[in-house]
Design a protein around this ligand. Structure first.
Ligand SMILES: Cc1cc2nc3c(=O)[nH]c(=O)nc-3n(C[C@H](O)[C@H](O)[C@H](O)COP(=O)(O)OP(=O)(O)OC[C@H]3O[C@@H](n4cnc5c(N)ncnc54)[C@H](O)[C@@H]3O)c2cc1C
Length: 436
């Protein structure tokens, strides 16, 4: 695979630092959900190396909607990671490089491998986790990447077994098994449900009850969870989180923290693990464009998903803010990113055919699903509201559909199927702690 990629770059001449500006018909920046949907649906004149160039700063892509399951050991990390360059096989050139600047006037991108010119550009650089306020940064972890998920997995495992050991010695550490999650969006809700189920699993597997029961506290500043979704999602999540023993604090701010505790409203809670899952923000070069954007830095695009005044520059996915005529500004979701990518490929086809009329992008709202642990979920699909095991089955099939490759689908499906027999990955009982 690596050899094939090198061959690709050598033939096309891309990727040499200091080289003079090379131009190409179409450049796609970002091989995530939106960028991959463009590449997969390219019209035939653009579907060849030499016509289209994909640039990504990472050669591997992590499917973020499943990382909370990696953090609790239900999915192997390798099952949600795919190779970006593989997207280009026989379809485009691939440049493993970071885009640092965009100059729409000269139609030039500055990359860490030199300048690249384009006729049409698709910017699909996604987002990163919004950082907490400066005072909280040293004490709260964000949750957006595979590294975040693996760090959390090892922290949860360490906290569980260390706390059992100290319980046994009688010197219980306050907050050792308390997890505070700040941000009651879909990520915070999914994560708290998963961690609650994980602790239940670990409790059943250890030979003794912990002296202090694990505690999961989900904190949300607004008065309901997942505020951008129908209130049915909030109601279903509140019911299920209550059953799982998660404490939900609504209308509550987190403004202070130390290394071992956090102030939730007026109360200081000792907590070993403190997570910040509130919001996203765009990354460079999108964040540096200085164009109208929302609080997350998502740049406002028009009906053709292009930059105002630059019909040749498309911006998709989490990087852009699209206002639907009926639904208003749409939140950053995988389903929006994929629909936008496929639509741009059709728009490029119309451009190549010299079509006179340019149709606007319209979002088809097929619904949304949020997992509430392995046995339950809440979903709304084509106007139908679902809760419980049926919603979980639907949630899993949607995610398998969105996963990029057949390999990832098979591996993730196998992880789910094997969970009962092989247990949780990364949460094995330590050998030297046989008495626990
Ligand atoms: C924890 C979590 C859970 C989620 N759960 C769900 C869910 O259940 N359902 C749902 O619909 N959505 C979910 N989402 C949102 C969904 O993952 C995003 O909306 C979607 O990935 C956005 O697609 P994108 O193509 O815009 O960006 P991404 O998929 O993030 O891809 C961006 C790509 O651009 C590349 N890139 C970035 N900057 C540069 C640069 N300067 N130069 C070159 N390359 C660059 C990156 O390496 C990356 O490959 C979740 C997100 C997170 C973080």
């Amino acid at each position: 695979m690596r050899e094939e990629k090198r061959e690709n770059l050598r033939e096309s001449g891309w990727g040499t630092r200091g080289e003079a500006r090379r131009s190409v018909q179409l450049v796609v920046v970002g091989g995530g959900l939106a960028g991959a949907a463009v590449i997969r649906n390219l019209p035939s004149p653009l579907r060849r190396p030499g016509a289209t160039l994909l640039i990504d700063r990472n050669d591997s892509y992590t499917f973020a909607p499943l990382i909370h399951e990696v953090a609790v050991g239900r999915i192997h990390p390798g099952s949600v990671v795919s190779n970006v360059s593989a997207l280009c096989r026989n379809r485009c050139d691939y440049l493993h490089s970071e885009v640092t600047e965009l100059s729409p006037e000269t139609r030039t991108l500055t990359t860490t491998s030199g300048p690249v010119g384009y006729e049409r550009l698709v910017l699909a650089t996604g987002s990163r986790a919004a950082r907490p306020p400066a005072d909280l940064v040293p004490h709260l972890q964000t949750f957006h990447t595979l590294d975040d998920a693996l760090r959390l997995r090892s922290e949860l495992n360490g906290a569980w077994w260390t706390a059992l050991e100290t319980d046994r010695r009688g010197d219980t550490v306050p907050g050792a098994r308390t997890i505070v999650i700040v941000g009651g969006g879909a990520t915070g809700v999914e994560l708290s449900a998963e961690i609650a189920v994980l602790f239940d699993y670990l409790r059943k597997r250890s030979r003794r009850e912990p002296a202090v029961a694990p505690r999961i506290v989900l904190v949300e500043a607004a008065d309901r969870l997942m505020g951008w979704l129908d209130p049915f999602f909030h109601d279903a999540a509140m019911r299920q989180l209550f059953l799982l023993g998660v404490e939900v604090r609504l209308g509550t701010l987190v403004e202070e923290a130390t290394s071992d505790s956090v102030r939730v409203g007026e109360e200081w809670l000792p907590a070993a693990t403190k997570l910040w899952t509130a919001g996203i923000e765009t990354v460079s070069p999108v964040s540096d464009l200085g164009i109208e954007s929302d609080a997350s830095g998502r740049v406002r695009v028009d009906d053709h998903l292009t930059l105002p005044g630059h019909p040749e520059v498309y911006m998709l996915g989490d990087a852009s803010l699209y206002k639907d005529p009926g639904l208003g500004p749409l939140p950053p979701t995988g389903s929006l990113a994929v629909q936008q990518g496929a639509w741009v490929a059709r728009d490029l086809d119309r451009w190549l055919r010299g079509a006179e009329r340019r149709l606007p992008f319209r979002f088809s709202d097929r619904g949304y699903a949020v997992s509430l642990g392995p046995e339950s979920a809440v979903a709304e699909v084509l106007g139908r509201k679902l809760e419980g095991a049926a919603a979980q089955a639907l949630y899993r099939s949607v995610l398998l559909y969105f996963l990029k490759s057949r390999r990832d689908r098979v591996l993730t499906g196998a992880d789910w199927a094997m969970e009962r027999t092989i247990g949780r990955l990364g949460f094995e009982r330590p050998r030297n702690r046989a008495a626990l």
